[in-house]
Design a protein around this ligand. Structure first.
Ligand code: SF4
Ligand code: SF4
Length: 204
């Protein structure tokens, strides 16, 4: 299930995310997590920038910190992988209607980007990842992940999605031996969603 609320962290300064990454490194963080999160949310004026209430902001940021911590734990294993895939969410396409020229291939299952819009996030990510040897999938939902992993024996997977979808994909990856890295959306809402291209480039 997606979040029950929408959020857009794109106006939040990059320094906030660097601070978040720093916090993810700290061991024993969970005991003081709530206080630290609330303090960060106030310090960086997250509510003012996004319109989120405090409890929703805590949910989003906590999910992001959890994901960052898992990324760090998995990083070494991921770096040793060779056969990799990038899983992108269909909601980050520039268009969700027929202006998007991507065709859905049920056999993959994935949209195949037709590169109609140079400023489309999916197009940019597709280009970046393919240049680095990744197979790229643009998914309408987390349920496609199982099929993709069954069809191709990937060693490493980078997934972009909202926190709740990444959690589901993480559960699918568990016990498969596939090393995962996650990039959470910074703007959700199931259309015109946004992820940070810089974070993706670093992760790839
Ligand atoms: S660039 Fe690709 S994903 Fe983006 S709108 Fe065009 S066909 Fe769709
Ligand atoms: S925001 Fe995107 S990834 Fe998350 S549930 Fe909606 S469509 Fe799926």
């Amino acid at each position: 299930m997606p979040y029950k609320f929408t959020f857009d962290l794109s106006p939040v300064p990059r320094f906030f995310f660097r601070e978040m990454a720093r916090i993810s490194y700290q061991k024993g963080m969970h005991k003081t997590l709530l206080n630290t999160l609330q303090d960060m949310i106030r310090r960086f004026k997250i509510q003012e920038a996004t319109g989120l209430n405090l409890s929703d902001a805590v949910v989003v940021i906590q999910d992001m910190i959890d994901l960052q911590a898992i990324n760090l734990m998995e990083r070494q294993k991921f770096l040793q992988t060779k056969k990799r895939a990038l899983l992108l969410p269909h909601c980050s396409r520039k268009y969700m209607d027929n202006r998007c020229k991507a065709m859905f291939d049920e056999n993959l299952p994935s949209y195949v980007c037709a590169h109609c819009s140079p400023d489309c996030l999916v197009n940019k990510a597709d280009f970046l990842a393919k240049k680095r040897g990744y197979d790229v999938y643009v998914l309408p939902g987390g349920s496609c992940v199982t099929k993709i992993l069954k069809a191709a024996k990937y060693e490493g997977v980078v997934g972009v999605a909202c926190g709740s979808e990444i959690r589901i994909s993480g559960e699918i990856l568990q016990g498969t031996g596939v090393a995962g890295q996650a990039i959470p959306l910074i703007k959700n809402g199931c259309s015109n969603t946004v992820f940070n291209m810089e974070s993706l480039a670093k992760t790839l």
